[in-house]
Design a protein around this ligand. Structure first.
Ligand code: ADX
Length: 217
């Protein structure tokens, strides 16, 4: 069904801390649903799951999307696996079993938050297709976003210096180097961060989300 849209300029959004002083000019679509259609939409209860290689841009897109949704009054939570691995999953490493356990824990929290009507944004490599299919089955309103950049690009970016360490053999089981990443075959959204800007990826994610939820208030 074609959705009538009009473009609306938003107030500039600040980048997360690692980009001090930078601002975005997001263009976000406002959707002219009928009142009946809008009333039928949930306020939240949506999980947006960003999957992709380390360095592909998941955390950056997740942070900006989270910040933008909060500023628009949505109840929104950010679950970034990099951060959760310092608390919730600090006992876990990167074997297949441990990654599965990490994703199971994050998935459970996302499910609980979404049940309370929150929009949940998750950033985690989630390298195995079966893991993501399991999440899709369990989670109502699950949106899979493939944050896609070629391995060579992620390696050149290497924001944490981990690819270099993995190539030198100082880190084992590093995704994309000596551990698998199974790219989504049919993601709900595909952000190609080597070709699209961060703003484009964030706007795309928000636009897609706004098709699924009604405005707050
Ligand atoms: S997942 O496979 O369980 O989904 P997760 O997203 O939590 O991975 O963690 C990935 C982050 O941990 C990377 O962004 C990177 O900073 C760090 N990391 C450390 N060791 C590894 C490794 N062996 N493989 C992938 N990421 C690693």
């Amino acid at each position: 069904m074609a959705v009538p849209v009009c473009l609306k300029k938003l107030t500039p959004v600040l980048y997360p801390d690692e980009f001090p002083g930078r601002q975005t000019d997001l263009m976000v679509e406002t959707i002219n649903w009928s009142n009946e259609r809008r009333a039928a939409l949930p306020c939240g209860g949506v999980t947006v799951w960003l999957t992709g290689l380390s360095g592909a841009g998941k955390s950056t897109i997740a942070k900006l999307t989270h910040r933008e949704l909060l500023s628009r009054g949505y109840r929104c939570e950010l679950l970034d696996s990099d951060i959760l691995r310092m608390s919730l999953s600090r006992d876990l490493g990167f074997s297949k079993r441990e990654r599965q356990e990490n994703i199971r824990r994050i998935g459970l929290i996302a499910e609980l938050l979404a049940q309370q009507g929150a929009i949940v944004i998750v950033a985690a490599i989630t390298p195995y297709r079966a893991m993501r299919e399991e999440l899709r089955k369990r989670t109502p309103h699950f949106i899979e976003v493939f944050v896609d950049a070629p391995l060579g690009v992620c390696e050149r970016r290497d924001p944490k210096g981990l690819y270099r360490k993995a190539r030198a053999g100082d880190i084992r089981q590093f995704t994309g180097i000596d551990d698998p990443y199974e790219p989504p075959l049919d993601p709900d959204l595909h952000c190609r961060t080597a070709r699209e800007t961060v703003d484009e990826c964030v706007a795309k994610t928000i636009n897609y989300l706004l098709l699924t939820v009604k405005e707050p208030g």
